[in-house]
Ligand binder design. Structure first.
Ligand code: ADP
Ligand code: MG
Length: 234
């Protein structure tokens, strides 16, 4: 009972975990994001839908702090990104955020285990601790027996699961996903989705996911839509 109440109070907290205010991005000839305004509360699973080219990936890159907005402000857990230096931004991302992209970006010369452990290298911990943490995660996602494999020896679904384990190894509060099941067959896509929704439900991890899959949108708490650079709730 108290757990449920605690969850509720977390979801209704006044300080959103993601706060996007008046955000635009202009390139020379296009403005893929125009005056985006929305908030996401801790523990929400929100999907961002919209046709190809509508600006979804650009918006995600702005919120994740990979790119600077031309106008407006973005805050993660109350910290305004534009106030931060490059180093501070990197630290915030490492502490707070995990990313799962459509392209897996595993490092081809490192084993599955080393790929998962990779984000922990700047963190002060022993090599043994790092390997243990990465190994536990691989076990959890059913890839314990693939720990020593190079990415070239993994299937598409296994790749993506390793990428997800890597996104989780810092125990992030927020996970950003850009069409995380886009390159996968439907069974593997479902597995990946289950993994993410479990994290959301069981650990209260906030998920912001770009997708064009209506079925995934139905699983989320709510959806935002993008049309020609504009974000709407319907
Ligand atoms: P989506 O993810 O919804 O398919 P994108 O955010 O990738 O859409 O792209 C939206 C628009 O912004 C496209 O017209 C794309 O060409 C343009 N765009 C994205 N990044 C850049 C960039 N760095 N320079 C110029 N145009 C860009
Ligand atoms: Mg995209």
């Amino acid at each position: 009972m108290s757990d449920i109440n605690e969850n509720k109070s977390k979801k209704s907290t006044k300080n959103p975990v993601i706060d996007v205010r008046g955000v635009s991005k202009h390139f020379a000839t296009v403005s893929p994001v125009r005056d985006a305004c929305f908030q996401i509360q801790q523990g929400e699973f929100v999907t961002l839908l919209g046709p190809s080219g509508s600006g979804k990936s650009t918006l995600l890159g702005l919120i994740a702090g990979f790119e600077q907005p031309s106008e407006g402000t973005i805050s993660l857990e109350g910290q305004e990104l534009t106030d931060l230096s490059e180093d501070e931004l990197a630290l915030l991302r490492r502490r707070l955020v995990g990313f799962v992209f459509q392209a897996f970006h595993l490092i081809p010369t490192l084993s599955a285990l080393e790929n998962v452990a990779f984000p922990l290298y700047p963190v002060k911990m022993s090599g043994q601790e790092r390997r243990e943490r990465a190994g536990n995660l691989l076990d959890k996602i059913g890839l314990g027996n693939r720990a020593d494999h190079l990415p070239s020896r993994l299937s598409g679904g296994e790749h993506q699961r390793v990428a997800i384990a890597r996104a989780l190894v810092n125990e992030p509060d927020i996970i950003f996903c850009d069409e995380p099941t886009g390159n996968l067959d439907s069974a593997t896509g479902k597995e990946i989705l289950n993994l993410l929704t479990d994290l959301n439900r069981e650990q209260g991890v906030t998920i912001f996911m770009v997708t064009h899959d209506q079925e995934i949108a139905k699983l989320s708490d709510r959806s935002l839509f993008m049309h020609d650079g504009e974000v709407t709730t319907s």
